[in-house]
Write a protein that binds this ligand. Structure first.
Ligand code: SF4
Length: 497
């Protein structure tokens, strides 16, 4: 039996503006998203209000991450030594290909054709499932939402709730139509009751847990001084994967390291409240290498770079590596809520995706990545909720500058660049500004249209190149008389010109 892989790649998807335009036409998607994100937002707000000094906590966590990132090389070597001393094998992966090769080699060495997986963003980032499938190894997702995505030949659209774009009727159809092809079928008469759906998934997954000899996980945190990996989850599937199989491979981004066990305290308070709106995660699994006779007897840890050192080299934007993947920024983002996660063309959608993808991949390489820093209104809600105080709006603006710099001198100048040059020329001289104001005032005299219901007349449609503006926004009709002309006419300047 081979795993359903389907279109599990974002490669070749259109850039954000094109994808967003199409997504905006999907009213069902918007309803699903508004309901789900609204529910999580309310839960998060309630549990955060319970804490006296949330701001102090997030600043402490931000400091811990920044200090760790500043000495990342040292902490990683400490982590490697601690893990090795406790019986784990540490592998360093420069990129996705390196990391996938390690996992496939371990599976092949044991003659393993099936692996169970704990939900992991790092393994999605490196497209592990697809790479393993090419080599005849099936990777089975065991997180409920990931299972829905995998069975539906779908793509994840949210960091925490990858199937957030699906409603329960769609999930019932996916279970009924697809489960039987890859394992235990859904029971007859399956309904869309959430408890019934969870029961079907439990039976299906139990077979996988009990028959699979190797598991693959990520880690939420890696404690350097004890060599401990930490996975937090809500369903218990992670605990099954981390304890039942003989072999465990964990793919861990190098930014997941924290220096000491006590550093976990603030993160384990911030993460569940920000992500699921819970006071603590139902399951927090920790393991340090191999425990003889208990759990996996062969443990591998793949420390993954895949662009993280590139992000680290950016003095301002490196703070994005503080991210603990809580999803709070997605849940408050008005853009995400309207267009959904697929439009970002990456396993990292929403505000964090709009900064992390360009940082990991670099700007100036492909149009889809370069479009992401613009996928925001800069309203600032993402930065306000981030539990590790990442200045997401600031990084978005910073990256927009980098995108512009990367394309300076490419072919013909863009309309925006021409408009900015013209504005600089016009605003650079009082005489030219005055002439421009008079011309605009004369044009305003000719303008008759305004949108019904608006108190101030607005222009709703302009010919190219002004159409780039009016396609998305109205333009106030310029006043017939400029402020400076009014000032002079009413004698407020004391007669001075
Ligand atoms: S950027 Fe902040 S809010 Fe967004 S997922 Fe990461 S930690 Fe959570």
């Amino acid at each position: 039996m081979s795993a359903v892989t389907g279109p599990t790649t974002f490669l070749g998807m259109p850039p954000f503006p094109t994808a967003a335009r199409a997504a905006l036409g999907d009213a069902q998607l918007r309803r699903n998203l508004a309901h789900a994100t609204g529910t999580i937002r309310a839960k998060r707000a309630a549990v955060i209000d319970e804490l006296e000094d949330w701001e102090g906590l997030r600043q402490r966590a931000a400091r811990t991450k920044d200090e760790t990132l500043a000495h990342l090389d040292e902490h990683l070597l400490t982590l490697e030594a601690s893990l090795t001393a406790r019986g784990a094998t540490v592998h360093w992966a420069r990129d996705a290909a390196d990391a996938c090769r390690v996992v496939a080699d371990v599976a092949r060495a044991h003659g393993i054709r099936d692996v169970v997986k704990v939900k992991s963003m790092a393994t999605q980032e490196i497209q592990l499932n697809e790479t393993l499938a090419e080599q005849g190894i099936s990777a089975w997702e065991t997180d409920l939402a990931e299972l829905i995505v995998q069975l539906g030949d779908d793509l994840p659209s949210h960091i925490l709730v990858p199937a957030i774009h699906r409603n329960r009727t769609e999930i019932r159809d996916i279970f009924r139509d697809r489960m039987g092809a890859v394992g235990r079928a859904a029971p007859d008469g399956l309904t869309d009751d959430p408890a019934v759906l969870a029961g079907a998934a439990r039976l299906h997954l139990r077979e996988k847990f009990l028959s699979t000899r190797m598991a693959v996980s990520g880690a939420n945190f890696a404690v350097a001084d004890t060599g401990t990996l930490v996975v937090v989850e809500s369903e218990g599937n992670g605990r099954m994967c981390l304890t039942l199989p003989e072999v465990l491979v964990s793919v861990v981004g190098i930014e997941k390291v924290v220096p000491t066990w006590s550093d976990l305290e603030s993160f384990l308070t911030l993460l569940p409240r920000s992500s699921t709106g819970e006071r603590m995660n139902p399951y927090t699994s920790t393991w340090s290498g191999v425990a003889p006779g208990d759990g996996p007897q062969e443990v591998h840890v793949v420390l993954l770079d895949n662009g993280r050192t590139k992000a680290l080299a950016d003095d301002f934007a490196r703070q994005a590596l503080r991210c603990i993947r809580c999803s709070a920024c997605l849940n408050v983002c008005p853009v995400y809520e309207r267009v959904g996660g697929h439009t970002y063309g990456s396993v990292y959608p929403g505000p964090i995706g709009a900064i992390l993808n360009p940082l990991l991949k670099g700007v100036g390489q492909d149009p889809a990545t370069d479009a992401l820093p613009y996928a925001s209104t800069l309203c600032g809600a993402c930065g306000d909720v981030c539990p590790v105080a990442i200045d997401i709006p600031g990084i978005l603006v910073h990256l927009r500058g980098k995108v512009v710099d990367a394309h300076r001198g490419d072919g013909l100048p863009k309309a925006e660049a021409v408009a900015m040059k013209a504005a600089a020329w016009g605003l650079g001289s009082a005489a030219r500004l005055g002439l421009g104001e008079r011309l605009l005032g004369a044009a305003a005299g000719l303008w008759r249209g305004s949108r019904a219901g608006t108190t101030r007349p607005v222009i709703t449609r302009l010919p190219w190149p002004g159409s780039h503006w009016t396609r998305a926004r109205d333009l106030p009709v310029p006043p017939r008389e400029s402020f400076r002309a009014w000032w002079r006419r009413t004698g407020r300047d004391g007669g001075a010109s």
